[in-house]
Design a protein around this ligand. Sequence first.
Ligand code: NAP
Length: 342
Amino acid sequence: MRSDQLRLLLASKFVHGLRKGRVGDVRSAVNRNRRLIPGGVPSDNYLSYRPPSASVIPRRALSSSSSSPPPSMVFNTSRLINKTVLITGASAGIGAATAILFAKAGSNVVILARRAEALKAVEDAAKAAHKESGVQGGGKVASIQLDVSDKAQVASLLDKIPADLRSIDILVNNAGFVYGVERVGQISDSDIESMFATNVFGLIAMTQLLVKDMKARNAGHIINLGSVAGREPYVGGSIYCATKHAVRAFTGSLMRELVDTPIRVSEIQPGMVETEFSVVRFRGDKSAADKVYEGLTPLNAEDIAEEIVWAASRPPHVNLAEVFVLPTNQASPTISYRGGKM
Ligand SMILES: NC(=O)c1ccc[n+]([C@@H]2O[C@H](COP(=O)([O-])OP(=O)(O)OC[C@H]3O[C@@H](n4cnc5c(N)ncnc54)[C@H](OP(=O)(O)O)[C@@H]3O)[C@@H](O)[C@H]2O)c1
């Protein structure tokens, strides 16, 4: 079984386990399948999802369709009800957790990624989360297989979105990855090209496609996934850091261009988040990936999903321009305290 096939299998088993509240079964599935993986093991990231009974979203987001929150709620996410959110890279990690959380808050979600089966599993989980939340409105979910680095696929995307979900209120440009830790001079052309093609050109292409309609409607919110790597470069990350610096510059220009409109532009800049990200970086080597998080408690996908949903749910006059979010024991890409898990 190829590692991508295994990831699909694990994703669907995970979501099935979620629905049944059987995370233990999923853990067994992971352990069973570990033996089958050639050249590496998948991330245990799926295990970090909480079962539907344990709330992934703060109670504040589980409001009714009323625009004013019940007295017990401090923050109001009811503005998200019936909004349509498009999320790239939603078959795993931050994108998957974000799709589920938006659905739980009463939004409709259009989710995109290259792995169709993993995407379908997230679609099912998002529908289940919406149903369980009891929120009236929203909850439509469409998953579309799409590689954001493929210009032709992006150009024909709108035709593939169901007609009732074509008017996108919130675009979350999340698809992205890093390959390797090689230093300049040792980096393969294909790694350079593929990181830029997805992290930068894909993000720009998606934004170009959807900002036109947002401008025409004079409404919308674009939320880009930057990184601590877009604020401070580090050794062994030259290309990834360059892509995330590009995301920061692009996002900053876009926000300035749209300052005379109600369209908001935000950048979420996470530090260490334990997802499939490091497994991809180390090309399937799970033990190398695990070392990244040794001795401290990293962020998880749901932590970042909460920041994204939080940014999207602020009142129209509030734009969270940059959200720089780190684990408590991380201060920069290279400064961390590894004194033990919290
Ligand atoms: N994890 C971290 O420590 C961290 C820190 C800072 C920023 N970030 C950023 O957060 C974002 C999400 O990362 P993550 O941690 O959630 O990683 P992840 O678990 O590896 O998820 C990445 C997602 O992006 C999708 N993707 C990759 N290339 C794609 C392409 N060409 N077209 C469409 N989808 C694509 C993947 O799905 P398919 O393989 O199915 O296409 C997957 O759903 C990235 O932009 C990353 O740079 C992560």
